[in-house]
Design a protein around this ligand. Sequence first.
Ligand code: NAD
Length: 253
Amino acid sequence: MKTAVITGAASGIGACVKTRMKAQGYKIIGIDLQGETINADLSTDDGRRTAITHALDLSDGKIDRLILAAGLGGHLDNGQLVAKVNYFGAVTLLDGLKDALAAVQGRVVVISSNSAQMRTDPDSDIVRALLDGNEDEAMQHIGESHGALIYGLSKHAIARAVRRRAADWGQANITLNAIAPGMTETPMFRGAADHPVIGKSVDAIPIPKTRVASPEEIAGVIEFMLSDAADYMQGSIIYVDGGTDAQLRPDAF
Ligand code: NAD
């Protein structure tokens, strides 16, 4: 039986991917704050270590599929926490599980966001410190910043972390890609959309397709990215956002 490790498996997109992978016959190792195979807080060193150790144990060191979906939204006040979960909670598991993926030609999808390119400065000190893996320095630069300022930067950095690893990981026979969803109807999205201040900027984001995505629509693309049909994809950042990014940045890709 093949094994799939899914962070953020308790809710939203991660839960939807979990249901689909289970139906395909995968053994599921879900990771979340509570209610999953491994309960761990990915904002902390301890939680990340626990998640990696138990995932390696429960999978016998062979992970066929890894989906990194755990995340916090930009409506949260605590920008440091947003970066800790969205960037370090993802990249630490990615690197910690690499050998177990390489052992079975594993496939990985990391969830970034179309916010990765919205008003984000790719040269900011925060992005640099994240990509350097320097959590203390990143926290210093973030300081008291609101999550709204950090969310896009954390998603920008995690997409670049995927791109930076794509060559080495490809040579290690690991298929590594990221998806950049747009607004998707989940508890995280609700938290942002219903926020008295952040909700206004959410409303201002154009969606050519005139509606938000369902979690199933995002999970369906993730399922494809994890399938044999996507074997030649490597280091790709796939936008699934109803056309928002194309409308905002028509001449960039
Ligand atoms: P969600 O809130 O439904 O699910 C996120 C999950 O992450 C939750 O189960 C939560 O408990 C878990 N999580 C949060 N903090 C954690 C921690 N410290 N340790 C372990 N688990 C933790 O949200 P979602 O919309 O399904 O989000 C899934 C991913 O998709 C996230 O990375 C999010 O940034 C990304 N995304 C979402 C949208 C959207 O509009 N919903 C858009 C673009 C990208």
